[in-house]
Design a protein around this ligand. Sequence first.
Ligand code: NAP
Length: 246
Amino acid sequence: MLLTDKVAIVTGASRGIGRETALALAAQGADLVVSARSLEPLQLLVKEIEALGCRAIAVSADAAASEDADKLIAAASEAFGRVDILVNNAGITRDGLLLRMKDADWDAVLDTNLKGAFLLTRAAAKLMSKQRSGRIINISSVVGEMGNPGQANYCASKAGLIGLTKSVARELAKRSVTVNAITPGFIETDMTKELPEKARQELVTQIPLGRLGQAEDIAQAVVFLASDHAGYITGQVLGVNGGMYM
Ligand code: NAP
């Protein structure tokens, strides 16, 4: 067990990568605060985590809402008295080519994916600084490194997360809080299920490991960065992308 007695918050935990990450952290002994906007899938997840022998609470929160970030950290603090691990995973896409991209689509993606991580990181950093320990893990994306046509808003948000990661890593290092980003490649979740079969097959040809990623691939990278094994790693960007970007 790598994470016994640790308390972790995972945003966007109602499905996909976040859900798998919460389960993987619990499998290593962590207690969990699972968050997303929709409460029902979180409540089912809490039962699964409890079945693994860990404690868990579900908190409905909108990543883009400032007051919800404080509410989430307060709920974690009240339930468990500390926060050791924060996984900023909540994210959305609103794809469209630049010339047709609406302001609202830009704002929604930046507010959820980037400002949401900033708000929660700021709130958690207060606790972690006092504890003089903590792990913050931001789920960015390979397209934040490469760019992608039709995703100017999404790529900007994910590239922004990398800048946020490195700056906060420098600020919090003296408090023994590490801050890292993971850049997943193409992972099979609800977010990517609309891709037509032909495009999917074409994509696989660009991935040296010859397959799309699974949520579990990202979850295990989070477990590593959250564990004591990663104590000397901060400000880094860990690509988990089957080699599609090197
Ligand atoms: P997903 O299946 O669509 O899940 C997204 C999660 O984020 C859901 O739990 C959703 O829950 C939550 N969420 C969305 N908007 C939210 C908001 N405003 N406030 C709080 N929670 C919100 O996506 P995924 O594929 O697991 O992606 C997870 C993360 O990995 C995202 O940041 C994504 O950008 C990143 N990523 C994914 C891929 C991929 O190929 N799948 C690749 C690179 C990076 P509710 O709707 O209930 O709020």
